[in-house]
Each structure stands twice: as structure tokens, then as C-alpha cells.
Design a protein around this ligand. Sequence first.
Ligand code: HEM
Ligand SMILES: *[C@@H]1O[C@H](CO)[C@@H](O)[C@H](O)[C@H]1NC(C)=O
Ligand SMILES: *[C@@H]1O[C@H](CO)[C@@H](O)[C@H](O)[C@H]1NC(C)=O
Ligand SMILES: *[C@@H]1O[C@H](CO)[C@@H](O)[C@H](O)[C@H]1NC(C)=O
Ligand SMILES: *[C@@H]1O[C@H](CO)[C@@H](O)[C@H](O)[C@H]1NC(C)=O
Ligand SMILES: *[C@@H]1O[C@H](CO)[C@@H](O)[C@H](O)[C@H]1NC(C)=O
Ligand SMILES: *[C@@H]1O[C@H](CO)[C@@H](O)[C@H](O)[C@H]1NC(C)=O
Ligand SMILES: *[C@@H]1O[C@H](CO)[C@@H](O)[C@H](O)[C@H]1NC(C)=O
Length: 374
Amino acid sequence: MKPQTFATIVALIPYVLGFPHLANFPEHRSLAGLSPEEVRAVASQFDSMPGAQPLPPPISDTSSILVNDADHPFIPDQPSDLRGPCPGLNTLAAHGYLPRQGVVTPGQIITAVQEGFNMGYHFASFLCYSAFITDGNHLTNLMSIGANTTTKGQPTTGIDTHGHFEGDASLTRDDAYLGNNFMFNQTLFNAFNESAAQVGNGMITFEAAALDRAIRINDSIARNPEFSFETPRFLGAIAETGFFFAMFVNNQTVDNEKPLSLNDAESFFGNHEFPQGFYRRQGPYEFPMVKNVTYTFVDMIGVKPGNNNGVNNYVVNPEDPMTFCYFYQKQVNLTASLYPNPTGALKQAIKANLQTYYETLGDPTCEQYFPYGQ
Ligand code: HEM
Ligand SMILES: *[C@@H]1O[C@H](CO)[C@@H](O)[C@H](O)[C@H]1NC(C)=O
Ligand SMILES: *[C@@H]1O[C@H](CO)[C@@H](O)[C@H](O)[C@H]1NC(C)=O
Ligand SMILES: *[C@@H]1O[C@H](CO)[C@@H](O)[C@H](O)[C@H]1NC(C)=O
Ligand SMILES: *[C@@H]1O[C@H](CO)[C@@H](O)[C@H](O)[C@H]1NC(C)=O
Ligand SMILES: *[C@@H]1O[C@H](CO)[C@@H](O)[C@H](O)[C@H]1NC(C)=O
Ligand SMILES: *[C@@H]1O[C@H](CO)[C@@H](O)[C@H](O)[C@H]1NC(C)=O
Ligand SMILES: *[C@@H]1O[C@H](CO)[C@@H](O)[C@H](O)[C@H]1NC(C)=O
């Protein structure tokens, strides 16, 4: 039999099983919301189903090295490339640190964010699994770094999926309620120019980054009646303000002392391109420092987690402890609600991935959740 004939027959299996809408299901699309029968129909189309995989080893050299090098040239996005709301992951894909098409394994993300940006191994693993468990495919161990495009006739949202990891008050992407939640928006980026001019002498300093963060939150409070800003989004949105400061600055020091230029910021946020001669930061950006920088911004901004109950009507949620333990628990509970009744290999893979996710926290004081039993 010719390979094409075989592929056609495989593609027809879901029709045979009575699920025509699931034909050509992309291998990186989340299986959330499918019944056990639908999961079986979809799984019959996958080339390979490795299930949950262990974390890759950490990289060994964490010094500052040239990362915009000859081995990793920038190639502008092709029509078939998936890109999303994360300027870090978009840049890694556009330079080939991640597969350029944007369909990746968690292991590839964890290695690439260390290689390209010196994000710390433990924090990188935590962040990656925070998105993978809700937005990835537990059977194929694949996910997409975004894009609300159609692949093989199916919508593929990946990490764009609003309310999972993606959320409101992004720095350069609109709220889902207001518009496109994953594409670069120049108008929103201009709040950086304003902040840099007001308090940073034209540069994105720590103070300018905090001001920009506050401007973007206030804009969502003023215009988005469905603005939602509780953990995990609350911590995520504020941590991300630390990310670009810690990792988009050429040869940044361990103490995050150097400011970011507007041109370099736009290169990452808008073009997904490393500036010329870009050296990754000196030393890994790891959990203790992430927490310190995040909570420093929390103090500077003065906003607490909460929700908009109508435009300009922000209601603080005093029950939200804004901790990384709580972040983990909210993502586990969301996963449990997305997969109320998994069976067989899918259940086994989700359980193993949740175990890995807990371990990435590296904090035995965080209570572990077992929505599918121990
Ligand atoms: C470890 C895996 C990572 C995952 C799964 C991830 C995922 C995401 C997601 C889903 C968002 C959208 C949040 C939102 O605005 O609603 C985001 C935003 C962001 N990410 Fe990543 N990210 C990762 C690593 C990185 C790295 C290494 C960097 C920087 C070097 C980075 C920098 C940012 C920044 C600055 C934003 C905010 C964008 C904006 O608000 O306009 N991320 N990320
Ligand atoms: C994303 O795709 C879904 C399904 O095709 C569509 O309903 C939604 O409006 C799209 N969202 C954006 C922001 O383009
Ligand atoms: C950018 O964001 C602004 C503010 O939400 C919005 O008015 C504008 O339409 C957006 N631009 C694009 C191209 O989506
Ligand atoms: C954001 O809004 C709060 C509450 O109205 C206000 O105190 C704060 O100054 C505003 N921040 C900015 C940067 O506009
Ligand atoms: C990076 O910064 C360190 C000191 O902060 C300096 O010694 C080194 O020369 C810099 N490297 C490059 C390539 O700029
Ligand atoms: C803000 O800065 C960026 C990068 O330098 C530039 O492209 C953009 O035009 C500036 N926007 C305004 C309103 O000056
Ligand atoms: C961050 O670390 C500095 C220096 O160790 C310390 O002075 C500061 O209190 C810490 N801030 C937070 C919010 O943890
Ligand atoms: C998660 O779900 C469990 C079980 O339903 C519940 O006891 C717990 O309070 C939830 N935790 C969070 C942080 O939502």
C-alpha cells in the first residue's frame, strides 16, 4: 500500500467511528473536553503517543554567551508557523532554538529557554508545565506556542487559550474581550515609551517597567468589564514584567542592574528577533530571584488580585494568597475541570504530568493535589 493511501485510511477512521468533526485532529492540540470515545477516535490518527516524559537534564554552562549567532539565524515567520502571546518563545522559534514551526515538546521548551535566555532550569520547568498541562496534548507530548489559526481544518489555540495561562492586562497584547489576545499591538507597546520617558530617561528601567505594568492594568480596569486578574494570571502578569527586564537585556547582570532600550524591547515583543550581538543574561534567572523580582513589582504597583465587576469597578479578592503554591493548585484544578473523566493512557499521562508539575515547584511546603487519586 502507498503511504498516502495508508494515511487516507487512517484519516477516515474517525468517520468510521462516527466522529467526522474530529478527522485530521492536530497532534499538538489539547484533548480537553473530549469524551473517552472521542479520545480513542482522535488517538487512532496520531503517528506516535509517547505519553508523559521525564524532564530533560539542565544545561551545564550558564554563562553569558552570544546567542544571536550564525547557528541561530533569524527567519521571519512563514505562513505555516505558529506564534503566540509569548515574546520569549516566539523569538526562540524564529531563531531555531525551538522548532520554527512552533509545535514543540515541553522538553524542547525547557532546554531552549535556558539556552537562549538563561531562564533557570527549575523555574523554566514549572512555567512550561503550567501551560502544558492545560494547553498541550498529554498523549503525543506536543504543544503549540500559540496561534489561533486552523491546522488541518481544526482550530488550534495552544497557549493562546484565554483563561488557561493566557490572560488579561498583557503588556503588548489585547485582552481577549477587547480584541486579539496573541498578536503584537503597537498602541499597547507605546505605554513603554510613555513610562520610559516619564521615569526612565528614555530607557525601560525597573521604575519604568513598574509604571508600564500599572498603566496596562489600569487600562484593562477602565475598558474591560470582564477583566479577570486573579492567581495564576495575577502572578503571571507581574512575573512577566520581570522576565523582559531580566532576560531581554543584552548581557544582563545577575542583579538585574541594566535597563532595557525601547528598540531592543520592540525587537523582542514585535519582531520576535534577538538584537544584533545579543548575549544572554549572566547566570540563570531561577526561582528565588523570580520570586524576589515579582514581589518587588507587586509592592511597587500596589494592585491586589481581583476581578472587574463592570467597567472601572475593580473588586479585590482577599482570599487570593498570590503564592506560587496557589498558582500550582489553580492550574491542577483547572486541568481536573478540563479532563473530568480521563481513562486509560490519557489518565495515566495526565497523572504523571501532574506529578512532574508538582516536583518542578521544588517546595515541599506546597500541598500536593491528586485530582485522579495517588
Ligand atoms: C518556559 C516556558 C514559557 C511559557 C510556557 C510561556 C508562556 C507565556 C504565555 C502563555 C504568555 C501570555 C500571557 C499573557 O500575556 O496573557 C507569556 C507572556 C510573556 N512571556 Fe512567556 N513563556 C515562557 C517563557 C518565557 C521566556 C523565557 C521569556 C523571556 C525571555 C518570556 C517572556 C514573556 C513576556 C515578557 C510575556 C508578556 C507579554 C506581554 O504581556 O505582552 N516567556 N508567556
Ligand atoms: C480564535 O478561534 C476561535 C475558533 O476558531 C474563534 O472563535 C475566536 O474568535 C478566535 N479568537 C481570536 C482572538 O481570533
Ligand atoms: C490595539 O489595541 C487597541 C487598544 O485596545 C485597539 O483599539 C486596537 O484596535 C488594537 N489594534 C489592533 C491592530 O488590533
Ligand atoms: C492606576 O489606578 C490607580 C487607582 O485609580 C491609581 O491610584 C494609580 O495612580 C493608577 N496608576 C497609573 C500608572 O495610572
Ligand atoms: C558582559 O558584562 C560584563 C560585566 O558586566 C563584562 O565584563 C563583559 O565584557 C560583557 N560582555 C559582553 C560581550 O558585552
Ligand atoms: C516607541 O518606541 C519604539 C521603539 O523605539 C518605536 O518604534 C515607536 O515608534 C515608539 N512609539 C512612539 C509613540 O513614539
Ligand atoms: C529582594 O532581595 C533584596 C536583596 O536581597 C531584599 O532586600 C528585598 O527585601 C527582597 N524583596 C522581596 C520583595 O523579596
Ligand atoms: C482545588 O480543588 C480541591 C478539590 O475540589 C479543593 O479542595 C481546593 O480548595 C481547590 N484549590 C484551589 C486553589 O482552587
